[in-house]
Ligand binder design. Structure first.
Ligand code: GDG
Length: 735
């Protein structure tokens, strides 16, 4: 059975140990549940920090703890306490957490924390190395282990690695603030698949990969020098059926079995049956928007005083990272705000806010969900937010209203909730009123849709989808560079050509038949090339097509009355021997006016660059610019264009020191296919040097000859060094 290693900062358990007993309690919810089916399907291990320092226990207890962990397939990464503090409370929670949640003012850039972070990631790699086999699948989780994928990749190049980030990935403008941005991105790219909760986080990541490392990205593919990485989004779900089951059990529970909190809630409803409950549950974290929520609730009571005495906010804030200064400050702020609002609005028999600064058993949490008419979830930034999903899942009668911040990843999938901006007090107050007054039928209608979606895409589906995509990404990891066209292979090709009945050559021009010049107009064919092309196209049963990104006028000038066909502008125009120019596509050019201003802006800022306008594309040339500046601007431009062109059917193509924008579906591959239609060629050759030629290689029949000129990844079968080798090869065929 294939082995599966899950790696997270913390093992999903808590350990209580004294001399006699070792009790290991599995954590409920989230990750632990989601990964259970994976755990069952594969022979799996979970690697992480166990939450205790073994040195605090006598040796015999340590042995017992380790045996118990081992029996449960948990592998501990034991970390020295001082080092752990700098890695976890330091770099993870004072640098990565605030920065990735756009709290730049809280972000510390401390060299010693960074060193600790690197060291602990190395320690994880050491432990993994002791347990790993080459064909294992590794799934690494979250922001504490951003360097780990690359550390493992270096030690085990072939291993399958998935990485999932549970928090937002910020935009480039924020991420670039990090002094160690390069190392972090490189660390993540050690994985075969990098997963995020939403498309926005994935988009930001791709943008950082392009801008910081200069790698090409296309859709969800990232092309590194030696392998492909996939970045994709997998919105995490919850264990919907489990929440439903628990909520049903709560409803059927006899009074004597009820928890204290449930009894209190019952008492509350008994005292005034028309009172309504609003619930909010989160870790006490500055990202969760707790002060904003309290202020909005106060504003609601001030603005709509008819609700005084009619509804109560039950606010559970679970203690979290309380040794970090900003969490202590937040605690103080929340305590004061609750005190202020309760002091201002409370009556003898009514308190506006019930505030709990502690953790409850999950059963009580579900009871709170079930008993509350409204859930008020207002993070200022949140990767996903599972509480929103759990609240809806716990509503057996489908009654209840979810008010959800648009800043939570969950808002992307939960449109039927009342979506608010957590910085807009008035909007939140109005949403509370709307929720309290919403007709029951509307509540049920909205929740029906939400529940259906949560049930369909639950946490098991999330985990399975991720693993399936990881296995797929692993299969497509390899980048081919084409096989060297040796003399022996050349001889075989020559003899196949000689015995063929109808041969076809697709030849790219710049970089393939000739070298590059600073001014593209100066790269006209020399005598040797004319002779070679004449000779090849003059051979019996042989057709030649020059297929290029060049414009028609230039080719008309260079190849007038020649015995070969011409395809220009990457497949827009075709001119057959002795024929007229034929238009191969139907397309509008409306998009040009939108793009050209951006290109002009880049020309202004990049001396030496210029725009070429072709009939169906725009090209930004930067061959004559300062090399480094040109490369940097090209990365920026591509990034900007990828945002501008998402709604148009446009494609950004990167050639040799050019960026070309053209309509999708116009490419050399399409044009070559059209050319071949209805003809039976038994020997087809395609030769080209850049990215645009990859389309051509794709349509060359399997038994045909595709040749990439120059180094680099390619879909072509063979490769040649440069245009002189191409000429040499073609010459051999004609001799
Ligand atoms: C991170 C990301 C992302 C809360 N109080 C109690 C309690 N909880 C449980 C909830 C829920 C979980 O904790 C909280 O999950 P969230 O998703 O809301 O938030 P984070 O802890 O910040 O999680 C977040 C998540 O990772 C998953 O990828 O959604 O964006 O920040 O399950 O039920 N559970 C118990 N007692 C409590 O008092 N038992």
């Amino acid at each position: 059975m294939q082995r599966f290693l899950i790696v997270s900062n913390r093992l999903p358990i808590s350990i209580q140990a004294d001399n006699e007993n070792i009790i290991i309690t599995p954590s409920v919810g989230g990750l632990a549940t989601g990964l259970r089916p994976i755990h069952e399907k594969y022979d799996s291990r979970w690697i992480g920090w166990p939450g205790i320092n073994p040195e605090d226990y006598p040796e015999d207890v340590q042995v017992k703890i380790n045996t118990q962990l081992d029996n449960n397939n948990y592998i501990p990464v034991n970390i020295d306490t001082a080092l752990f503090d700098d890695y976890y409370y330091g770099f993870s929670n004072k640098t990565v957490w605030p920065l990735f949640h756009y709290f730049m003012q809280y972000t510390e850039y401390d060299e010693s924390h960074w060193e600790a972070y690197k060291k602990v990631n190395e320690q994880f790699a050491d432990v993994i190395s002791e347990h790993i086999n080459e064909d294992d699948i590794l799934w690494i989780h979250d922001y504490q282990l951003l360097l780990l994928p690359q550390l493992i990749r270096k030690r085990f190049p072939k291993i399958t690695i998935g990485f999932f980030l549970h928090i937002p990935f910020p935009s480039y403008e924020v991420f670039r603030l990090l002094p160690w941005r390069r190392e972090i991105i490189e660390g993540m790219l050690g994985a075969d698949l990098v997963g995020f909760h939403t498309y926005d986080y994935q988009r930001h990541f791709n943008s950082c990969v392009r801008r910081i490392l200069g790698h090409e990205t296309s859709f969800n593919q990232i092309k590194l020098n030696k392998r492909n990485v996939v970045a994709d989004n997998f919105p995490m779900g919850i264990d919907f059926d489990w929440f439903q089951k628990k909520a049903k059990e709560n409803l059927a529970m006899l009074n004597k079995d009820k928890t204290d909190i449930q009894k209190e809630i019952d008492k509350y409803f008994l005292m005034s049956p028309d009172r309504k409950l609003i619930v909010s549950i989160d870790r006490l974290d500055y990202t969760k928007g707790i002060p904003n929520r309290l202020e909005a609730f106060e504003y609601f009571l001030d603005t709509y005083p008819e609700y005084i005495g009619k509804c109560t906010l039950i606010m559970v804030a679970t203690p979290s990272r309380d040794s970090v200064e900003y969490y202590q400050l937040l605690k103080k702020e929340v305590d004061e705000l609750v005190g202020k609002i309760n002091g201002k609005h409370a009556t003898i028999n009514w308190t506006p806010i019930w505030y709990f600064y502690r953790s409850f058993p999950i059963e009580s949490v579900i009871e709170l969900y079930g008993a509350s008419e409204v859930a008020l979830i207002t993070p200022v930034r949140d990767g996903m937010n599972l509480v929103a999903k759990e609240y809806i899942a716990s509503k057996i009668d489908q009654k209840g209203v979810l008010i959800l911040s648009e800043m939570a990843g969950a808002a992307k999938e939960m449109n039927e909730a009342l979506i608010i901006n957590p910085n807009n007090k008035r909007e939140m107050a109005d949403a509370i009123k709307q929720a309290l007054e919403m007709p029951v039928e509307e509540q049920v209608q909205r929740n029906k849709f939400l529940q259906k979606r949560l049930k369909r895409y639950d946490v098991n589906k999330w985990a399975n989808n991720f693993v399936d995509s990881l296995i797929e990404a692993r299969k497509n990891r390899k980048i081919s560079f084409g096989i060297d066209l040796t003399e022996e292979i050349e001889n075989t090709i020559i003899s196949t050509y000689k015995s063929s009945k109808k041969a076809l050559f697709f030849l790219d021009y710049d970089g393939t038949l000739t070298g590059f010049k600073d001014d593209p107009q100066k790269a006209m064919p020399d005598k040797q090339l004319y002779d070679l092309l004449d000779k090849l196209s003059g051979k019996e049963n042989t057709e030649v097509v020059i297929i290029s990104g060049r414009d028609r006028d230039t080719f008309d000038k260079w190849f007038l009355n020649k015995n070969f066909h011409l395809i220009t502008e990457h497949g827009v125009w075709l001119k057959k021997i002795e024929g007229q120019w034929e238009f191969l596509i139907q397309n509008s050019n409306d998009w040009k006016s939108k793009i050209i201003h951006t290109l002009e802006y880049y020309v202004d800022r990049t001396p030496g660059s210029f725009i070429e306008e072709k009939n169906y594309s725009l090209v930004w040339h930067y061959r004559k610019t300062d090399l480094e500046l040109g490369q940097m601007r090209a990365i920026e431009l591509k990034d900007e264009l990828s945002d501008l062109t998402t709604n148009d059917d446009l494609e950004i193509m990167e050639g040799n020191k050019v960026i070309e924008i053209k309509s999708r579906g116009v490419n050399k591959g399409q044009a070559a296919l059209q050319f071949m239609q209805g003809n039976q060629y038994d020997f087809v050759v395609g030769i080209g040097d850049d990215w645009t030629d990859e389309y051509l290689f794709n349509v060359i029949p399997d038994e045909g000859i595709s040749i990439k000129v120059g180094t680099g990844k390619t879909g072509a079968r063979f490769h040649l060094a440069d245009h002189t080798e191409v000429r040499q090869f073609l010459k051999q065929l004609t001799d």
